[in-house]
Design a binder for this molecule. Structure first.
Ligand code: SAM
Length: 282
């Protein structure tokens, strides 16, 4: 069955009475080059276990089953289960879990399903309405996952993979950088999907760090300081922090002065180390 052929896709969908849900970010890949490239980009030393989020019709799932020892695919839309039963009938190393990925206990799932694997990875064409929450949940839960290869909206990918301290950086850049090394692997044009979204995409790789670069005592406070510093992008980091963190401007200014940070600097110019020190003193 050729799932990249638009007529085959239409026939399967109509057989199962399936209609696309925009709310669930259902844009399915029909470009035959993308899924093999994503699966092949996983670092496949030893036996690898892969978690996929949102298999859709199963195009990427099929490729993941080719390179992995075991694949667990998490799909929220239960209308897709009978479709996947048909399209992935010959994948014996696959298990499909019908759940919202944000509600699952992934630590438990990993220890239950992948105990015989040398490493566990996440690979997915993510639903765009919750890209950042999913990535932050995967990183902040500190799961035993060493690599995340995902397709995201191009703009989001550029933000996630920007360098901290540069114009393209945002709060999510700092958070991702704390947990992982990031890179953009390749572009995917909007006409690679059905239905075609209004934006282009990129595939990114996050190599999860085995040790974080800074020893942060209070991570909640650190991430909240970062979010507050970026929350008013047109304002200085100092004003943004004092406006949104419930700290007086004089107190925030004293912290910046003590650290030798210019009071008129914007959040995008601050380094990881600056954020760590500010969050410790503020
Ligand atoms: N992997 C398929 C592909 O590349 O053609 C489909 C990708 S589509 C962009 C996103 C998929 O994620 C859809 O199948 C959608 O139903 C599923 N999805 C949306 N929200 C989800 C959630 N919270 N948890 C799990 N799956 C979700």
């Amino acid at each position: 069955m050729n799932l990249y052929d638009i007529n085959t896709v239409k026939r399967i969908l109509s057989k199962h009475g399936f209609t696309f849900s925009k709310a669930l970010g259902q844009n399915f890949l029909i470009n035959p080059d993308v899924c093999p490239a994503m699966a092949n980009s996983l670092c496949a030393e030893g036996k690898i276990g892969v978690i996929e989020i949102g298999p859709g019709l199963g195009v990427l799932t099929k490729e993941l089953c080719r390179v992995a020892e075991r694949v667990v695919s998490i799909e929220l839309d239960k209308r897709l289960l009978p479709v996947l039963g048909e399209t992935l009938a010959d994948c014996s190393n696959l298990e499909i879990v019908n759940a919202d990925v944000m509600e699952l206990d992934l630590k438990h799932l990993i220890s239950e399903k992948f105990s015989d694997c040398d490493s566990v990875k996440v690979c997915a064409n993510l639903p765009y309405y919750i890209t950042s929450p999913i990535i932050m949940m995967l990183l902040e839960s500190e799961l035993p996952v060493d690599e995340i290869v995902v397709m995201v909206q191009k703009e989001a990918g550029e933000r996630l993979c920007a360098e901290v301290g540069t114009r393209g950086a945002g709060a999510v850049t700092v958070a991702v950088n704390y947990y992982a090394e990031s890179e953009i692997l390749f572009d995917v044009m909007r006409d690679s999907f059905v239905p075609s979204p209004k934006v282009d995409s990129v595939v990114i790789r996050l190599k999860v760090r085995s040790h974080q670069p800074f020893d942060i005592k209070d991570k909640r406070k650190f991430f909240s300081t970062v979010r507050c510093a970026f929350s008013q992008r047109r304002k200085t980091a100092l004003n943004s922090i004092s406006n949104t963190m419930g700290v007086s401007k004089a107190d925030a200014a004293a912290v910046f002065e003590r650290l030798g940070i210019e009071p008129n600097v914007r959040a995008e110019k601050l380094s990881m180390e600056d954020f760590v020190k500010i969050s410790e003193l503020i």
